[in-house]
Design a protein around this ligand. Structure first.
Ligand SMILES: Nc1ncnc2c1ncn2[C@@H]1O[C@H](COP(=O)(O)OP(=O)(O)OP(=O)(O)O)[C@@H](O)[C@H]1O
Ligand SMILES: [Mg+2]
Length: 133
C-alpha cells in the first residue's frame, strides 16, 4: 500500500501515467472516491501512460468506453442493479485481455472478478488529493 499527495490535476495525471506502467493486460482497476475527487483524471493519466492517443471522456451514457481494444473505462454511477449490469454485458470486458478501469464499482460489487487492483483518491475542490494504492 502506498500513498501519494497530489497538489494539482497535472500531478495526478503524472502519478497515474507512472502507475499505468505497473499494470498488465487483464488487470481490473477499481477507482474509489467521491464525486469530483479525480477518478476520471486518474483514468486520463493511465490512458496516457498506456500510450492511448484518444482523449478519455466520461462514459456517463454508455457505461463503458473502449480504447484501441485494450483499455476499457467504466462509469457505473448510473447502474441501477447488478442484474442490469450483467444484462448489459459489462462483465464480458473483464476477460478480453485488456485493462479495465472502473469508477463507481460499488454498484456492481457482486460482479467483480477476484484480485482487482484498487486506487482511492480523496479530497475535493482545490484541496490536495490523497491517492492510496
Ligand atoms: N490534485 C488534483 N487531482 C485531480 N483532480 C483535481 C486536483 N485538484 C483539482 N482537481 C479537479 O477536480 C476535478 C476532478 O474531476 P473528475 O471528473 O476526475 O472527478 P470524478 O472522481 O471522476 O467524479 P465523478 O464521480 O463525478 O465521475 C477536476 O475538475 C480537476 O481539475
Ligand atoms: Mg468520473
Amino acid at each position: 500500500m502506498g500513498v501519494y499527495f497530489s497538489r494539482s490535476e497535472s500531478e495526478t495525471l503524472l502519478w497515474a501515467e507512472n502507475f499505468a506502467k505497473t499494470l498488465q493486460n487483464g488487470d481490473v482497476v477499481l477507482l474509489f472516491g467521491n464525486m469530483g475527487a479525480g477518478k476520471t483524471v486518474l483514468c486520463k493519466g493511465i490512458a496516457r501512460g498506456l500510450g492511448i492517443r484518444a482523449e478519455i471522456t466520461s462514459p456517463t451514457f454508455a457505461y463503458v468506453n473502449a480504447y484501441e481494444d485494450r483499455l476499457y473505462h467504466f462509469d457505473c454511477y448510473r447502474i441501477q442493479s447488478e442484474r442490469q449490469a450483467f444484462e448489459l454485458g459489462l462483465c464480458d470486458y473483464f476477460d478480453v485481455g485488456g485493462i479495465c478501469l472502473i469508477e463507481w464499482s460499488e454498484n456492481i460489487a457482486a460482479l467483480l472478478p477476484e484480485n482487482c487492483k484498487r486506487v482511492t483518491i480523496s479530497g475535493s475542490g482545490d484541496d490536495v488529493r490523497e491517492i492510496k494504492f
